[in-house]
Structure formats: structure tokens, C-alpha cells
Design a protein around this ligand. Structure first.
Ligand code: PBG
Length: 322
């Protein structure tokens, strides 16, 4: 059957009809808001590469969490900027570092907020790489205990979930083992399983002061052209004990999201990264795009591709529109 019998426009006639047959909806509970925590108190400084995002001391992170919760927000992701860096990123495992401190403040002020922490060395190492370095190479197995120690510090502070983003092989198993040995078997792991070596992290590296001092991350993050390898990474992380798997970035990798969605029944996260956010902001500021409509459409596309949850700097801005 076809026209004139079949007429898809019949169901588009008015908003109520359209709503009855709409296939994808965004909900506040889908969104995770990434923030950047710094040491100190009463620090709230705008990040020039990410309009509207701030470097926040733990007390200010707590106030922001309350504000976000009042608007309907349910989950946040914490990145930390330490006041000292060394070759092995030891400040990342400091129980008094900015991330554990902010976890405590947020859980105290807004106990219902899901607090997720990013686990990686790049913000904490002097060379900016996500692992230990020898002869200009990033070492894999020697990095794992340092990641596990950082995850443990976050979980001990009360994080609801830890999210390793370093892309070392075996880090999910290493983190799971250390958490379990420390009576933290209830803390889930969201693995950045499919993380591409992407140019879209540019504004983040400025925000997190984590650009590599030499070389790039292609020795550990994925080749942007690879699709089958994404499924291999997902299988490995799930076998190691990941509770949630992630595809990152989101917008340029919607095909990969869909493929992972069809491959596993486990929860799937997508990270709309700093460059995707900055592009929307810049286009809106230039008058080229309507911000509200394009922001919502970018998120709807990610949801339609198969994401259960979306990490996005847009979270507080779009909440009132959902
Ligand atoms: C740390 C990390 C990065 C991002 C999240 N965790 C940067 C990187 O890998 O260089 C990027 C997030 C964003 O661009 O918003 N490894």
C-alpha cells in the first residue's frame, strides 16, 4: 500500500497526535552533568573554553548540586584539578583532594544526587598522559594500581559510581578487585569503554589542564574509524565487571552507539563532549543556530541512537525545557 491510502502526515496534524506516536523522549533522569572541581573555598571561576561552566571549589560544587537538584537534576560527574602534579599522578588518590572533598559536600547537601567520579591520571600527571610514562610510551599494567587507588579514594569518600576514562587495558578488573577487597562491592563501575582519540576533547583539556606535554593519546584511545573494535572493547569491559559501558564522543559516533546498543543489553552511556557543547554555543552566539532547538535535537539524536544516559554540559540549561 502507498499513497493515496498511506499518508504519514495524518499523525503529524497536531501536538497531541504527534505526542501519542513519538518514539523517543528525553527525561531529566537521563542526564549527567559534568563539573570541574578545584581545591580551596569560595572559588567559582568561568572556564573560558566552556561558556557557562566553572572551576568550582568543593563548597561551590555543593551549592551547584543543590541548584541542579532543584531544577530536576539527578546525577553529576566530577573531574578534579589538583594543586600538585607528579609523574604518577599521586594527588589523584589523595583522600583530601578536590574530588573526594566535593563528593562529601555534595552527598551531605544533596544526598539524593548520584555522584559519579571520573577516574584518570591525566589531570594529575605532570606530563598530562593518562598513565605512567617510560621512554615516551604510556605503560599499561604499571598504571593500573594508580587508577585503582584513585577509584578507591573516590568510593571511600562516598561516590555512587566510578568512571575510568583512561583507556588502559584491564583497568575495570583492577578497579573492581580493589573496590571488592575494601568492602565496596556495591559501588558500580561505568567504563569509558569506547573512547576515541578525538579532536572534540579540545575545550576539556583547557578546562582540566590535561593536554599531553608530548605526543598524543592515539597509543591508548581508539582510532576514530574503528567500529568492530568498539564491540570488542565493550565485551572486554563487561567481562571485567563493568556495570555501564560508554561511547564517547557521542554526536560524531551515533552509528557506534546504535551498534553497541544492539550488541548488549547492559546500560549504555553516551558522552556529549566539550567540543560538541562548544560548537553548539559558538554557532548559537554567531546567530547561526537556535540554541534551545539545536541543543535538544542533539540530545534527542543521542537518545534515539540508543543511549540510556547522556553525560552533557547542557544538562542544567536543558532541564527546564524537558
Ligand atoms: C580524561 C578525560 C577526557 C575527557 C573525559 N575524561 C579528556 C581526554 O581524554 O583527553 C573528555 C571530556 C570532554 O571533552 O568533555 N582522560
Amino acid at each position: 500500500m502507498a499513497w493515496p491510502v498511506d499518508r504519514p502526515r495524518r499523525l503529524r496534524d497536531n501536538p497531541a497526535l504527534r505526542a501519542l506516536v513519538s518514539e523517543t523522549t528525553l527525561s531529566p533522569a537521563d542526564l549527567v552533568y559534568p563539573i570541574f572541581v578545584v581545591p580551596g573555598a569560595r572559588v567559582k571561576k568561568e572556564i573560558s573554553s566552556l561558556p557557562g561552566q566553572h572551576h568550582l571549589s568543593p563548597d561551590e560544587a555543593g551549592l551547584l548540586a543543590l541548584e541542579f537538584q532543584r531544577a530536576g537534576g539527578r546525577a553529576m560527574l566530577l573531574f578534579g584539578l589538583p594543586d600538585r602534579k607528579d609523574a604518577v599522578g599521586s594527588s589523584g588518590a589523595d583522600p583530601d583532594g578536590p574530588v573526594p572533598a566535593a563528593v562529601k559536600v555534595i552527598k551531605n547537601l544533596a544526598p539524593d544526587m548520584a555522584v559519579i567520579t571520573d577516574v584518570c591520571l591525566c589531570e594529575y600527571t605532570s606530563h598530562g598522559h593518562c598513565g605512567l610514562v617510560r621512554d615516551q610510551k604510556v605503560l599499561n599494567d604499571q598504571t593500573l594500581p594508580h587508577l585503582a587507588a584513585q577509584a578507591l579514594a573516590h568510593a571511600k569518600a562516598g561516590a555512587d559510581m566510578v568512571a575510568p576514562s583512561d583507556m588502559m587495558d584491564g583497568r575495570v578488573a583492577a578497579i573492581r578487585q580493589v573496590l571488592d577487597e575494601n568492602h565496596l562491592s556495591h559501588v558500580p563501575i561505568m567504563a569509558y569503554s569506547v573512547k576515541y582519540a578525538s579532536a572534540f576533547y579540545g575545550p576539556f583539556r583547557q578546562a582540566a589542564d590535561s593536554a599531553p606535554a608530548f605526543g598524543d593519546r592515539r597509543g591508548y584511545q581508539m582510532d576514530p574509524g574503528n567500529r568492530r573494535e568498539a564491540l570488542f572493547e565493550v565485551d572486554l569491559d563487561l567481562a571485567e565487571g563493568a556495570d555501564v559501558v560508554m561511547v564517547k564522543p557521542a554526536g560524531p559516533y551515533l552509528d557506534v552507539l546504535r551498534e553497541v546498543r544492539d550488541h548488549t543489553s547492559r546500560p549504555l552511556a553516551a558522552y556529549q563532549v566539550s567540543g560538541e557543547f562548544a560548537m553548539l554555543k559558538a554557532a548559537a552566539a554567531a546567530g547561526a543556530l537556535d540554541f534551545k532547538r539545536s541543543a535538544l535535537e542533539s540530545l534527542l539524536g543521542i537518545k534515539r541512537a540508543g543511549a540510556d544516559l547522556i553525560l552533557t554540559y547542557l544538562a542544567p540549561e536543558v532541564l527546564p525545557w524537558l
